[in-house]
Structure formats: C-alpha cells, structure tokens
Design a protein around this ligand. Structure first.
Ligand code: HPA
Length: 244
C-alpha cells in the first residue's frame, strides 16, 4: 500500500511523540494565525506531530486555533490526521482506562471559529464525521495491540474548560453519547472541509460527572489512566505508520 502523509494531533497527556527522531520544530504562519508543529520520523516514516494545546501547552480547548492547526497541516501536504483525545465515559460500560475509536459525534460547542467558509456558501457532507478507511486501520491495529478497547462510540464535544454537571451528562447519555471530550470539534469538521482524512483515538480517563465512581473528579487517577492509555496509543501509531 502507498504510504500516505500522516499527521498526529496530540492532546492532553500526549504533548510530544516520544520516540520521534529527526525533530524539526516549526512555527507556521497561516491566513488564520500561527501554528506550532514538529516534523520528524516515527517507525522510519516521515510524519508531522502537532500538539493541539500549543508548545508549551497553554491553549484551553475553547481557545485553540483549530483553523490555523488544520490549515498548517494542509499546507504541508498532509493527507490523513489521527487525533488523540482524552475523554470521560458517559456510558458506564466503558472502563477506565480504555481506548475508543469513535464513529460518530455530537457537537455541543459554541462560539468557536469552526469553518473555513465564512465568505462562501459551501456545505460539506458530515454524515460520517470520521474517515472510514482510516478508522478501519485504527480499529484493526487497536484490536491487535491493546485492551480494553471499543471500536465505536458517539463522542459528545462540550465547550469547557469546566467539566460538565451531572444533569448535562444525563442529557448527553439520553442523546446517545458514549464519551465526552472538549476538542474533537471543530477539528474534525475543519479537516473534512479541507478534504483530509481524519479519525480519532480516544483515551477514557474518568467516568463523567455524576456517574458511579465520579463523585468528585479524581485528578490523580486521571493522570494514571492517561499514562496507561497513551502508552497504548503510541504503539498503535507506530504500527499505523509502519503499515503505511
Ligand atoms: N469531560 C469533558 N472532557 C473530558 C473529560 C470529561 O469528563 N475527561 C477528559 N476530558
């Protein structure tokens, strides 16, 4: 199979790609503002890593310049993007820690710069928000290299930066959400607008607000879950790059 130009967008717990070599950090200008990313290679394959929260990490989910990030990747000729997202579980059947490759999402964010088409009428199809071929590759590798995992799920994207109320999580469960995070949107839609394949590996680090075991957010337990989950994510990405 021809190898595609791949970028990984890392989030909380994945601010750098340990094992990447030949690192060249770049500050890229775009019509939407700057973006910081690193070019290098993993598993012997050239790729790009972009830390979503900046370097050093300082942009909370609602203040990330998603348009600059996606445009900077497009300008480098990136064809497919694997996003790493820390999430909480809305569905009590999803264990902590575990990996989820979501297949759907619901957008609860507001006020974010969420389109490249402010000055033109252009509606992209978003029936399947994640790229089918890339998801399939991630699902195959995930089931081979790690457990526990889930190969589908509805990602509910909240505005943050605060965590949710118990009632908001009950509403999200009623809406059909399995997991909750703050960063998949507008990232996924912007990638679609620029016709880049986009899929996500989510790491479940806590039961969402009001669920059993979540009476109070336990930040220490979250970091332990993050560490375990991200080690698995690294293995999946290395394999994806090897497979081409
Ligand atoms: N809510 C929203 N975003 C998150 C959570 C959560 O419980 N855990 C990790 N990211």
């Amino acid at each position: 199979m021809m190898s595609q130009t791949t970028a990984v967008i890392g989030g909380t717990g994945f601010a750098e790609f340990v094992g990447m070599i030949n690192e060249r950090w770049q500050y890229r200008r775009t019509p939407f503002g700057p973006s910081t990313l690193v070019r290098g290679s993993v598993s012997g394959v050239d790729m790009v890593f972009l830390p979503r929260h900046g370097r050093p990490a300082r942009f909370p989910p609602h203040a990330i310049n998603y348009r600059a990030n996606i445009r900077a990747l497009r300008d480098l000729g990136i064809e497919r993007i694997v996003a790493i997202n820390a999430v909480g579980s809305v569905n009590p059947d999803i264990p902590v820690p575990s990996l989820i490759i979501p297949d759907q999402l619901i957008d609860y964010t507001w006020g974010r710069a969420h389109t490249f088409f402010d000055g033109a009428i252009h509606h992209v199809d978003f029936t399947e928000p994640f790229d089918a071929a890339l998801r399939e590759q991630l699902c195959t590798i995930t089931s081979e290299v790690t457990s526990p995992y889930r190969l589908n799920g509805v990602y509910g994207c909240t505005q943050g930066p605060r965590l949710e109320t118990a009632a908001e999580i009950r509403r999200m469960a009623a809406d059909g959400c399995d997991i909750v995070g703050m960063t998949a949107m507008p990232e996924a839609a912007l990638a679609r607008e620029l016709e880049m394949a986009y899929a996500s590996i989510c790491v479940n680090i806590n039961p969402a607000a009001g669920l059993e075991g979540a009476h109070q957010m336990d930040f220490e337990a979250m970091s332990a879950a993050l560490e375990t989950g991200m080690a698995a994510v690294r293995k999946i990405l290395e394999q994806l790059l090897l497979n081409g």
